[in-house]
Design a binder for this molecule. Sequence first.
Ligand code: HEC
Ligand code: HEC
Length: 316
Amino acid sequence: MKKVLKLIGIWLLAIIVIVGAVLLYISIDGIPTYEVEKIEYQAISTPEAIERGEKLTVMLCATCHMNAETRKLSGLKMVDAPPEFGEVYAPNITQDKKYGIASWSDAELLYLLRTGIKRDGLYSPPYMMKLPNMADEDINAIIAFLKSDHSMVTADATPDVPTKPSLLTKILCRVSFKPFPMPIQKIKLPSSEDKVALGKYLAHNLDCFSCHSADFKTVDYLDPTLSEGYFGGGNKPLDLNGNVVLSSNLTPDKETGIGTWTTDKFIKAVKYGIIDNEKALKYPMIPYSQLTDDEASAIFEYLKTIPEITNKVNVQ
Ligand code: HEC
Ligand code: HEC
């Protein structure tokens, strides 16, 4: 008996030592790197593309990269990043040569936005957004805007503060968070005639689904419809004081979702963050005022077609 116990003890000790060594290795080695595929790409910059790019960048990238002091995408600390991911800083993505992205080629930007792999091969954890399903035309518009002479992106020498990813982030980047493949085929914009298809495209590519499904850890960015609790709400994004603000159920469930809403109520909630002319929606639900009424109502039309989920989220 004693011998058996001793053997178990030795095994346990061996396991603890091995696990400890692996964790130490991951902690020192950090975020994994990947091979950077060389791709040919040059953004097509037209006034229309830059205008569309501005709209998308304000809705998608500014929440993290916009610095209120400089009024540019010069980066700042992300106080609403979950602390278990570490201390996260959104970098300067203005055209500054030293701290910004002036020296990044269009192809390097495209590759990062599609796959999550930076030009030095380092993988960007999920606290940086990726756009694996965005139409080529829209992603081109964002890159054209980043390289334009718009005041939000002209050079600003705010130094970058390196992000300090936690051990958990480093582990997850080896286990579950992986780069996305570079799309092989062209990704086309849905026709604006097909409202439901347009709404689906926007609900996915404006990232509505990630906050409004069950949990960031089980969100499927490649096929958003496979996310756990797809649009059923209850996810726990943080406000600027680090407090959880539960996300709402946007499925057509009549009791706990938006099944009884009118188009007008939905448009006002999404574009202005106001419900029934009285209640203001809390951060991180930002007003998407750049959306046209047609686009906002297309999202509503799409949400009416998805499976109902009964999930009462106590929103306020
Ligand atoms: C949720 C917050 C968030 C959003 C939204 C976001 N980013 Fe980022 N971004 C980050 C963080 C954090 C990093 C640093 C990642 C790292 O350290 O690997 C980053 C890194 C980058 C980089 C690399 C810069 C460098 O110097 O390494 C570029 C370029 C970039 N983001 C562009 C964009 C664009 C374009 C958008 C909108 C489509 C966007 N980001 C949306 C948080 C965000
Ligand atoms: C960063 C996370 C986040 C993103 C991205 C996001 N939302 Fe929200 N949304 C929330 C949270 C949290 C609430 C609840 C706010 C509150 O309690 O005041 C909310 C509330 C709402 C509401 C009000 C629902 C109700 O029952 O009161 C609607 C409608 C809505 N969001 C639609 C959208 C749409 C459409 C998009 C994409 C264009 C989107 N949201 C993107 C987090 C987000």
